[in-house]
Design a protein around this ligand. Structure first.
Ligand code: FMN
Length: 361
């Protein structure tokens, strides 16, 4: 049995290509084009999908873990949750019923979800949310001064709640300044760790090399100076000395305290700070909050609102507790975002579909 891929680069997926009268396997493979357009920590795309007949299994790709940045695999699981939400939204759009089972093998946390395609369902699709899948981009700051619509925060909070997570906003200016100072300090401490810098520079270069290897349209986009590589803080392709980055050069630049989004945010009042939190801190919570994150991002993208990530203070336990206190949230802080309007960017390349979708034999 062979897999029929509808396109190599998932960004070029055509809505009209859905195989309405095709097999369940073809339908699932098609829907996965949308799953992989989800954001992922450092752009690692830490997933692999094993398909057979009418089911698929989402598994962690062990080669794409981040042992220094994300030793527990929390952000990796959040990334998988984001991909899962895209899959659900796409399935609903095409009137497909997906039966999901999270962590179906008790002893194996790398087997994240088993999804089975069922008979057509009648529940309402959300076309706007679906369109947002290809519209959404991670922002790297520099938001437009235009404010977001007044009721958007309420709708984003509701989107997070729908998935089981809590989204809070920091409205008090003093508290925002305090939060960003804490974030900048956490980031500075993180960048002082050689193993962290090495892991970061390794992934920056790996992704550039992967895009180049695939000789995709995406690589041509990526190669343009105006299209900096997303997922890295700061953005290496913005810097001429890193246009052909060397690990040593990139790590040196980070160590020298390059300007980070946290630093930039302190002088920028065009955005708001938001925090996603969960009641507890298990792998199930991480998978759930990943879906909440993606629902929030898709709802925001409908209105041309995007988000930048502020991870450092959540990646270190001592800062993470302070984040919770500043936001007045109970439970576990999971993802902090800076959200604002405007600044559309070119898409960030994805791995080719043939690399992430395999036959389950
Ligand atoms: C859990 C998680 C953590 C992330 N952390 C960062 C980050 O620290 N800095 C950053 O620039 N982007 C971060 N991202 C966004 C990714 O870098 C981005 O999704 C990836 O580069 C692909 O780009 P796109 O989201 O525009 O499609 C994160 C995404 C997720 C899901």
């Amino acid at each position: 049995m062979n897999i029929r891929f509808f396109c190599d680069d998932p960004w070029s997926v055509k809505t009209t290509d859905f195989p309405e009268s095709g097999t369940s396997l073809e339908k699932l493979t098609f829907l996965l084009n949308y799953a992989v357009l989800a954001p992922s920590v450092l752009g690692t795309e830490p997933w692999c999908f094993y398909v057979s007949d009418n089911s698929l299994v989402l598994r962690i790709d062990p080669a794409r873990r981040l042992p220094v940045t994300d030793p527990e695999g929390r952000e990796m699981m959040i990334s998988c949750g984001a991909a899962l939400l895209n899959l659900r939204v796409a399935a609903a759009f095409y009137g497909q019923d997906l039966h999901l089972m999270a962590f179906p093998e008790e002893q194996r946390s790398d087997v994240v979800v088993k999804a089975t395609l069922g008979p057509r369902k009648t529940s309402a699709a959300d076309p706007k949310l679906f369109e947002s899948i290809t519209k959404r981009r991670t922002s790297r700051g520099g938001f437009a001064v235009r404010p977001m619509s007044e009721d958007l925060p309420h709708r984003l909070t509701e989107a997070a709640r729908q998935e089981g997570a809590v989204l809070s906003f920091l409205v008090d200016t003093e508290a925002q300044i305090g939060m960003l100072a804490l974030a900048a300090e956490a980031r500075r401490q993180q960048l002082a760790i050689l193993a962290y810098r090495n892991e970061l520079s390794h992934w920056v270069q790996k992704r550039v090399a992967e895009a180049r290897d695939h000789e995709s349209e995406a690589w041509h986009r990526l190669g343009k100076p105006s299209g900096p590589l997303a997922g890295t803080t700061p953005e290496p392709l913005d810097r001429p000395e890193l246009a052909t980055p060397s690990a040593a050069g990139f790590a040196r630049m980070l160590a020298n305290g390059a300007d980070t989004p946290e630093d930039r945010a302190t002088s920028d009042n065009s955005s708001v700070l938001a925090l996603l939190a969960t009641a507890s801190d298990s792998k199930e919570d991480w998978l759930m909050v990943g879906q909440a994150l993606q629902r929030v991002l898709l709802v925001a993208a409908v209105e041309d609102v995007s988000a930048a990530y502020i991870n450092a203070p959540i990646e270190k336990e001592k800062f993470r507790r302070q984040v919770g206190r500043i936001f007045h949230v109970k439970g576990s802080p999971q993802i902090m975002l800076r959200m604002g309007t405007g600044t559309q960017r070119p898409p960030t390349p994805r791995r080719p579909m043939a690399e992430v979708v395999k036959l389950d034999s």
